[in-house]
Design a protein around this ligand. Structure first.
Ligand SMILES: *Cc1c(COP(=O)(O)O)cnc(C)c1O
Length: 296
């Protein structure tokens, strides 16, 4: 199995030429930035480990990707969630359903119970490997450096001098390590919290601000996971104009911020990273249809 070397695709969106780094196409089951972030744990030897533990939201892309990782490695997998909505329990779907099918044990339990790992800041304890929420780990740099090198190779082969790389952030881990390993400018936007939160995340992984990506301004404040008509509209436009399905949580804001910025009016070559995550789309689309009463 090979979880590297995704294709680069040229597209035009709203009359602007862009390149899409198709990390969503890495592998059907192990793709997107989670595959990059967890590559270290896929590739390296972990003696005596037979269990993987993590935590986060019951719908998280990282939940599904970790269930695939655990399956590939033959590890048991426990995922702690503060609360699982009864609707989801009774109607498993998306990442949650797919993770269960991979044998994940999704447990309602407080994150504080993982103190042994969090406090000591270690990721191995007896026979258990622990990965932080969303893969915010310095080990993530291992796979992201490979992604950066793929972009660099493409850049040199095509003699591109004014490259700009853009991607939306959750924890900011992917954007931060990309900025560290690329020679060009990396821009991002904060999808999960305010810009100050993202900045803090950057500092947790890298003290030197020189390596922090630039945070693009957003036209207004958005709350993660909430439904916004403009998100659904740009998602549909992207699909129509590029024939590519993007995720509904991060990418709408990524494209809105990019197309709102002055970069789009320059001649610079722009690469947008498709970070996967479309397994959650059907349930998001259902929510959009319910909320805004679209006809199917
Ligand atoms: C996890 C995820 C992100 C955020 O990645 P970070 O490294 O946490 O910033 C963005 N897009 C998609 C599709 C994701 O699954």
């Amino acid at each position: 199995m090979k979880f590297t070397n995704s294709p680069m695709q040229e597209v035009t969106f709203n009359n602007r030429k862009l390149y899409i780094k198709r990390d969503d196409l890495l592998d059907t089951h192990f793709s997107g930035n989670k595959a990059r972030k967890f590559y270290y744990f896929y590739k390296n030897d972990f003696k005596n480990i037979n269990k993987l533990v993590s935590y986060g939201s019951a719908q998280a892309n990282s939940l599904y990707s970790m269930s695939v990782l655990a399956k590939l490695r033959g590890w048991n997998f426990e995922f702690y969630v503060k609360h699982i909505a009864s609707f989801l329990k009774n109607n498993p779907q998306g990442n949650y359903k797919a993770a269960l099918e991979n044998g994940a044990k999704i447990i309602e339990k407080n994150v504080e119970d993982l103190n042994c790992f969090i406090k000591k800041n270690i990721y191995q304890c007896d026979d258990t490997l622990y990965i932080q929420e969303g893969g915010r780990e310095k080990e993530a740099s291992y796979g992201i450096e490979i992604l950066a090198n793929e972009i660099k190779t493409w850049q040199h082969e095509n003699d591109i001098k004014d490259l700009l790389v853009c991607l939306p952030s959750g924890t900011g881990t992917t954007a931060l390590f990309l900025q560290k390993y690329l020679d060009c400018e990396v821009v991002t936007c904060s999808c999960v919290g305010k810009d100050e939160y993202l900045k803090k995340q950057f500092f947790m992984l890298e003290e030197n601000e020189k390596y922090h990506p630039k945070i693009l301004e957003k036209p207004k404040n958005y709350h993660f996971g909430k439904l916004y008509l403009e998100f659904y509209e740009i998602y549909k436009q992207l699909k129509k104009q590029t024939n590519i399905e993007f995720d509904l949580l991060y990418d709408p804001l990524g494209f809105i911020s990019l197309f709102n910025s002055s970069y789009i009016k320059t001649n610079r070559t722009i690469v947008y990273i498709h970070q996967g995550g479309i397994l959650g789309n059907p349930s998001m689309i259902e929510r959009y249809n319910r909320k805004f009463c679209f006809k199917k």
